[in-house]
Unconditional design. Structure first.
Length: 250
């Protein structure tokens, strides 16, 4: 059996996991995701570029039913509106998810972003939208609704925890940028060493983490100068408000 055939069989086996997860959610069973939080001890000397502590969100007992489906998907129905809308959105999501599951089982891999064919209409773009919705949920967990950085644009359609698990069950990947990968490494370093003061010559798993941290500090100083209208050097390092908030630069 070829590697491609084995992959297809493995992906097909995931389908039953998805159905089981959705069924458990509808029955009100525990469908929580366990996120490890950082140890955020106060230390004025070591807080420069210290990653912010993750906000723990209790999602136990959340299930998708007539009453709380909209709440899980992030919609406010306190005025009694939106029931028909969220049902239609859920149906649209399930339709696209079924197409994705079919594609993965047939091809053995995820679709490219540009995929738009009669058999798989807008499927590539739909996958991109799921990643954006997932990133938005991650930011909400980290900063809270009132603390989102100014660069964050709310997504048109949010994604529920059941939908996230359903996608992961068929091998869906939440792509990360090179910056986010190094940021995750810095969080791990901070958790292990209790400080984000990484020496410039520090290399972790082949990544020059110390040099990267130094670049972030320089980018932050340049960004503050730019906001103050001060002249900058040619081609200064850049950092956006989301990255600044994550690094908690002081």
């Amino acid at each position: 059996m070829s590697a491609s055939q084995k992959r297809k069989l493995q992906l097909a086996a995931h389908v039953s996991v998805v159905a089981s997860a959705v069924k458990r959610s509808k029955n009100g069973e525990d469908d929580s995701l366990n996120d490890d939080s950082l140890n955020d001890e106060d230390d004025e000397d070591d807080d420069i570029l210290a990653p912010q502590a993750e906000v723990e969100v209790d999602i136990r007992s959340e299930s998708i039913d007539e009453e709380n489906a909209a709440a899980v998907l992030g919609r406010d129905t306190s005025d009694g509106s939106g029931t028909t809308e969220h049902k239609q959105m859920d149906q649209d999501w399930e339709k696209s998810y079924s197409l994705l599951r079919q594609f993965v089982c047939e091809k053995g891999h995820l679709p490219p972003p540009a995929l738009n064919s009669p058999t798989y209409p807008r499927l590539g773009k739909w996958c991109v939208e799921q990643r954006k919705a997932y990133e938005y949920e991650q930011l909400l967990q980290e900063f809270g609704a009132d603390g989102l950085p100014q660069d964050v644009i709310p997504v048109r359609r949010r994604i529920s925890r059941v939908q996230i698990k359903s996608l992961e069950a068929i091998g869906f990947e939440w792509a990360k940028s090179a910056w986010d990968i190094k940021y995750e490494m810095l969080k791990k370093y901070y958790k292990e060493h209790g400080t984000a003061r990484v020496l410039r010559n520090t290399v972790v798993d082949g990544v020059a983490l110390g040099k990267w941290v130094g670049t972030q500090r320089s980018a932050y100083r340049c960004e503050m100068m730019r906001r103050e209208g001060k002249p900058l050097q040619k081609n200064p390092p850049r950092i956006n408000s989301i990255q600044i908030a994550k690094l908690n630069v002081r």
